[in-house]
Ligand binder design. Structure first.
Ligand code: NDP
Length: 253
């Protein structure tokens, strides 16, 4: 029942590594032309070369989506250069856990700026184009997929502000879903547990050691597992909307 994405255009934020990179490769494999957004241009260039080398289309867009003008520019350049926009994967995110008491509040600012504001800016710029795609596009349906986390469903000690941002993503997703689903823009949320990526490399060392000890005995998921889930969501027939997908490594309690 899986449908092809030929003739459609997809934009993935955080495409320079981890889940975003794997998702971009997977959606390209399904036939979508890809707009690749993140700050590290060299990584995006390499990914774009891989995708075009395999017969696909890719547009690297080295931009910082915490800046509203750059987020809007990502969407504008995608539509200008690839012609349309059918699918958005709001994946870029950062996790900086630690106790709330005496926290370095610049870490809070970074999480709120990217996980919430960046996602909002991209969504705001993309929505008119997604509505157009749903109205007259090749599939008569469009998709917005937000990458949240298990941390968007369950709050835990030491993850307070990350929880705040991901609970926010879940709430926003459901509200927007109700607003646009009757117009055939499907709005979905994916909530992964532990995935082996660069995500933890940004955590302060003393906290990172605690996090790593907690997950040491668990075989993590791979980025491709999440990419596969996103591809599943966006390749459903027009009548089917996968609203929410919670996925954990089998050994994660
Ligand atoms: P990575 O650190 O590998 O990827 C994060 C991506 O976000 C990078 O491509 C990074 O690229 C991009 N990014 C960071 N800042 C910005 C910015 N200002 N503007 C544009 N892009 C930016 O981690 P993951 O792949 O693991 O994370 C992807 C998503 O998955 C996140 O939302 C995370 O919260 C979520 N998640 C991850 C889990 C895990 O265990 N790994 C579990 C549950 C959810 P660059 O630095 O080049 O800008």
């Amino acid at each position: 029942m899986s449908e092809r994405l030929d003739g459609t255009v997809a934009l993935v934020t955080g495409a320079s590594s981890g889940i975003g990179e794997a998702t971009a490769r997977e959606l390209a494999r399904h036939g979508a032309a890809m707009a690749l957004v993140a700050r590290r241009g060299d990584r995006l260039e390499r990914l774009a070369a891989d995708i075009t080398g395999a017969g696909g289309t890719a547009l690297p867009l080295p931009l910082d989506i915490t800046d509203q003008a750059q987020a809007a520019d990502a969407v504008k350049r995608t539509v200008a250069e690839l012609g349309r926009l059918d699918t958005v994967v709001n994946n870029a995110g950062i996790m900086l856990p630690g106790p709330i008491l005496d926290a370095p509040t610049e870490e809070w600012d970074r999480m709120v700026a990217l996980n919430l504001q960046g996602l909002l800016y991209v969504t705001h710029a993309a929505l008119p184009h997604l509505l157009t795609a749903a109205d007259g596009g090749p599939r008569q349906v469009a998709d917005l997929v937000n990458i949240s986390s298990v941390a968007g469903r369950h709050a835990t000690m030491g993850a307070g502000i990350y929880n705040l941002t991901k609970f926010g993503v879940n709430a926003f997703t459901e509200s927007l879903r109700q607003e646009v689903t009757a117009r055939h823009v499907r709005v979905s949320v994916v909530e992964p547990g532990s995935v082996e990526t660069e995500l933890r490399s940004h955590i302060r060392e003393e906290i990172r050691n605690i996090v790593m000890r907690r997950i040491a005995d668990i075989e993590p998921m791979q980025s491709e597992d999440i990419a596969d889930a996103v591809a599943y969501i966006v390749t459903r027939p027009r009548r089917v909307a996968i609203n929410e997908l919670l996925m954990r490594p089998t050994e994660q309690v």
